[in-house]
Design a protein around this ligand. Sequence first.
Ligand code: PRP
Ligand code: URA
Length: 209
Amino acid sequence: MQSQNVILIDHPVIQTKLTELRDYTADHRKFRALVDEIASLMVYEVTRDWPTKPRPVQTPLERTTGRVLARRVTLVPILRAGLGMAEGVLRLLPDARLGHLGVYRDEKTLEPVSYYQKLPPDIASTEVLLIDPMLATGGSASAAVQFLKKAGVGSIRFVCIVAAPEGIAALHKQHPEVPVFCAAIDRQLNEKGYILPGLGDAGDRLFGT
Ligand code: PRP
Ligand code: URA
């Protein structure tokens, strides 16, 4: 399903795992495994229209021409919770480089606070997947996209598991060209900026804090 640069991946297997993820009884071990699996499954849709280039290959029987990804890939998790999706994505894109952006949102103001940035030097010429399980107010994602653009990145896809309509609107107000891939668009934010129905605090549930 697609509208206004939002791609909702409502595959039945992903939805089944997302429902288990929402369950408050899932402990950090189960939660971590589910985030990892969902991230992995999402990669197929997220990368579906990436360009490929021909590559000759010698099979045991003859020479032929296959196709491989045309551009290098950089994965950029937003710390902390984005780390929970990184391994799952890397399983399918093992040649990807990894950048890290540390952003947390101030509990009172809900404004994003950036505290760490480390990107591969050639990131500008790569396809970038920016990953974070939650898009709530959109502050963290917008700040991260802004940083990537300053680093010269031209192709950014934001991949999350649960998005709030408010977060999509805020991200697209500043960065309308950045596609949002998600497994769910939830109802709304509560007064504390948590997504409803959501799945709670993704970082805390992932890391057991
Ligand atoms: C969570 C989540 C996103 C952010 C989303 O991180 O992982 O980064 O909130 O909220 P926003 O759209 O309103 O900015 P958090 O700030 O809790 O930090 P953490 O990952 O270190 O727990
Ligand atoms: N961050 C989370 O981890 N969960 C929310 O519901 C909102 C922001």
